[in-house]
Ligand binder design. Structure first.
Ligand SMILES: [Zn+2]
Length: 303
């Protein structure tokens, strides 16, 4: 897609380095972002200036916004050993002053539902939730659909061949891409038996986990040969359910590449041409946290 190519060919779109240092600075980051949307919405042809581009984008005209986030409630799926989401109603009714007032407390593990993995989750000394630069969390989406293959077995791992096959059809995974693995597991949410492989909780449930993930060789191939900003998947973990050493986590996080897990609505994004904004709760020192993730695709892109 030409506008997509235009964006990724901009030299200033390339991440400065593997550590994601923010050397572009605040001002040029804003320019970069606007330039992205400028090309994305085909505004050069329309003769629109940057302010008009942003106004049109955020008004929803010319683009579709897609919620890629599951709600948190009592059915939200967590790792079998993690503390699930709990909501405590503090107030839901008329206060003494005669006005309506609602407020709650909530409690949960960092890693559950649609959530963020900061690199420190599996790599000591790497970014915590609050340290991950924003430019790692926004960018062009590359969606690799392996749902047909994963349907054949829940232990499916996305391998180098899958990535090469995607590139043969769509071109090289661009620098700065947010790589999204679409396994089709979203169709099983929120049934834990079908999504995790077990509805049991506690340590004895761990060996029963079965769901697709990224093969460790593909993780190594990505860090050695491509420069993605982040990885996302529509399963509970970027390593498959039967993993015991979490190699893909360790390989990516050692390079400060964060991940998004339990991502929703991947079937609504085209292979290229969409963008993603994935903003986690900014927990100081956090290893991850709840994530609100949205995709935006031009109305003209097909899928
Ligand atoms: Zn996680």
């Amino acid at each position: 897609m030409s506008s997509f190519k235009h964006v990724i060919d901009q030299p200033h779109m390339r991440p400065s380095n593997r550590c994601g240092k923010f050397i572009t600075g605040k001002m040029s980051c804003a320019v970069l972002f606007t330039t992205c949307w400028f090309a994305f919405l085909g505004c050069e042809q329309r003769g629109e200036d940057e302010a008009e581009v942003l106004a049109r984008l955020f008004s929803g005209a010319g683009a579709e916004w897609i919620d890629m986030t599951y709600s948190y409630d009592e059915r939200t799926i967590f790792w079998p050993t993690a503390q699930p989401f709990a909501l405590e109603v503090v107030s839901a009714g008329t206060a003494e002053g005669g006005y309506y007032y609602a407020a709650n407390n909530f409690c949960m593990a960092e890693h559950g539902g649609t959530h963020f993995d900061a690199p420190i989750h599996f790599a000591e000394g790497q970014h915590t939730s609050d340290q991950v630069p924003i430019d790692r969390l926004v960018g062009p989406a590359v969606v690799v659909d392996v749902s047909a293959a994963a349907e054949g077995g829940p232990d499916y791992r996305v391998d180098v061949g899958d990535l090469e096959a995607w590139e043969a059809e769509h071109g090289r995974i661009p620098d700065g891409a947010i790589l999204l693995l679409h396994t089709g597991w979203g169709r099983r949410w929120p049934d834990p038996e079908r999504y995790l492989g077990t509805a049991e909780t506690g340590p004895y449930a761990i060996p029963e986990l079965h769901f697709p993930g990224l093969h460790q060789d593909a993780a190594r191939w990505l860090v050695e040969n491509r420069r993605i900003d982040a990885l996302g998947i529509d399963t509970p973990s970027i390593d498959y359910g039967q993993s015991t050493l979490f190699e893909s986590h360790r390989v990516l996080y050692a390079e400060n590449i964060p991940a998004f897990e339990n991502v929703a609505a991947l079937d609504r994004l085209p292979p290229t041409g969409a963008y993603v904004i994935a903003l986690p709760m900014k927990i100081a020192g956090g290893s991850g946290g709840p994530l609100r993730m949205v995709g935006v695709r031009p109305n003209s892109s097909g899928s």
